[in-house]
Ligand binder design. Structure first.
Ligand code: AMP
Ligand code: GLY
Length: 427
């Protein structure tokens, strides 16, 4: 079959790599892809926002399955548009993608179905006085979140009432988050290690992928501002088999079955951002898509027909027997970013070392890269690329990931040096 992957990040390069390993895959397309995906298939220069353009190329190229990477086209209804035109899609319809697109929906849904999450209140921008009165009465820290999609920047942890007040003014008066911030969720601050769990689902049955842990902050020891994610490892072994069963019983099964019950069947991958608190696992956020960079760490641990798995989910007949997970293998992904990220950074730096012959257990995934028109690959984004190493221990996976990342260079390259250390502490 022919498959199109929508998106241009490291996640999409990793999806392409895994899909290309399936015998059933004939040709891969990336819309729009990056400097690395061009080696796996054909990049098509169409924006993920132009639904009609995507449909016409899908028909023209006889594409049998569309895999949607990022949340924005899902929340905007790309799946609905393609499915309603007879195309098979891996990714939820708009009425299910709302689980990420509107945090207030997700919180009220969890409340209704008793799925453990932080206690919360929702306020609209016409309730500023009521909201500030509430903030004066509560204890701190507290977490304030934009209701809508904010590209990972809509979460503010406030230590004091003064911080919270200025955050509310940014949301409601200074328009810092646009429409996404016209409504906010104010949440209890939770403590504990975080873990990302992905369920590939046809809306009823589901397959859990190995749990992984992201590293959201820009600097080592989790300092500095939040980013899209600076590295990940899998499996996150601090989540015991027993804890995983609890997560499944208390969170995953109730979420997937309750979405179905309320007529919002979720088909695709549901990403559970969890915190393991003293009281047990709680949902920090739902995402309606694969995580980035967790996907780059998890997919190299999967064996079998991944394209068949996603196709079976798209057809509402999930066939979990198509894939298996490598046993006793660990993976570590380290992201290399442009100096300055997550704030302003320069683009267009030439990347060296890309033609190094990496061993089979090392995976180079591009993110913000592009071909400059004369055959050179240059930086084209904040998170530029990542190296994943798969090895027999987390420790050796970490050291190999850093060893091979050392082969790559560009002006202003920056990466964290402590990816997976939290996992190593537990072993
Ligand atoms: P998000 O953009 O929703 O992934 O949130 C970014 C980060 O904010 C999460 O990964 C957590 O580290 C932190 N966070 C979000 N909600 C809470 C909460 N209720 N308590 C503590 N930390 C939180
Ligand atoms: N790595 C977190 C995310 O993809 O949202």
């Amino acid at each position: 079959m022919n498959i199109a992957v929508i998106g241009s990040g490291g996640r999409e390069h990793a999806l392409g790599y895994k899909l290309s390993a399936s015998k059933s895959v004939n040709k891969l397309y990336f819309i729009p892809g990056n400097g690395g995906t061009a080696n796996l298939g054909e990049n098509l220069n169409i924006s993920p926002d132009t639904f009609a353009g995507i449909l016409s190329v899908v028909k023209e190229k006889n594409i049998n399955l569309v895999v949607i990477g990022p949340e924005q086209p899902l929340v905007n209804g790309l799946t609905d548009y393609l499915e309603d035109n007879g195309i098979h899609v891996f990714g939820p319809r708009k009425n299910a993608a709302i689980i990420e697109g509107e945090k207030s929906f997700a919180k009220n849904f969890m409340k209704e179905f008793a799925i453990p999450t932080a206690a919360f209140r929702v306020f609209k921008n016409n309730e500023k006085v009521k909201c500030l009165t509430y903030l004066e009465e509560i204890s701190y820290p507290v977490v304030i979140k934009a209701d809508g999609l904010a590209a990972g920047k809509g979460v503010i942890i406030c230590e004091t009432f003064e911080n919270a007040k200025s955050a509310i003014l940014d949301f409601f008066e200074n328009d810092k988050f646009g429409d996404a911030g016209k409504k906010v969720v104010i949440e209890e601050f939770l403590e504990g290690p975080e873990v990302s769990v992905f369920a590939v689902t046809d809306g009823e049955d589901y397959l859990l992928l190995p749990p992984s842990q992201d590293h959201k902050r820009i600097y080592d020891i989790d300092e500095g501002p939040n980013t899209g994610g600076m590295g990940a490892y899998a499996p996150a072994s601090f989540v015991s088999g027993e804890m995983l069963r609890r997560i499944d019983n208390e969170i995953i099964f109730p979420t997937i079955s309750s979405m179905n019950k309320i007529g919002r069947k979720f088909k695709g991958v549901l990403f559970f951002g969890l915190m393991i608190t003293k009281e047990g696992p709680k949902v920090i956020e739902y995402n309606c898509r694969f995580g980035d960079p967790e996907t780059q760490a998890i997919l190299p641990l999967i064996e079998g027909d991944f394209a068949g798995l996603l196709y079976s989910a798209a057809l509402s007949k999930l066939d979990k027997s198509l894939v298996a997970f490598k046993q006793n293998k660990f993976s570590v992904t380290v992201v290399a970013a442009s100096e300055g990220y997550p704030n302003a950074y320069e683009k267009g730096k030439e990347i060296s070392g890309l033609d190094f012959k990496f061993p089979d257990n090392i995976y180079l995934f591009h993110a913000g890269t592009k071909e400059n028109g004369v055959g050179k690959i240059i930086t084209n984004g904040g998170r530029v690329l990542s190296i994943t190493a798969v090895s027999n221990s987390l420790k050796s996976a970490k050291s190999e990931a850093y060893k091979y990342l050392g082969k790559i260079n560009f002006d202003g390259i920056y990466y964290r040096t402590d990816i997976a250390d939290k996992g190593l502490k537990d072993t």
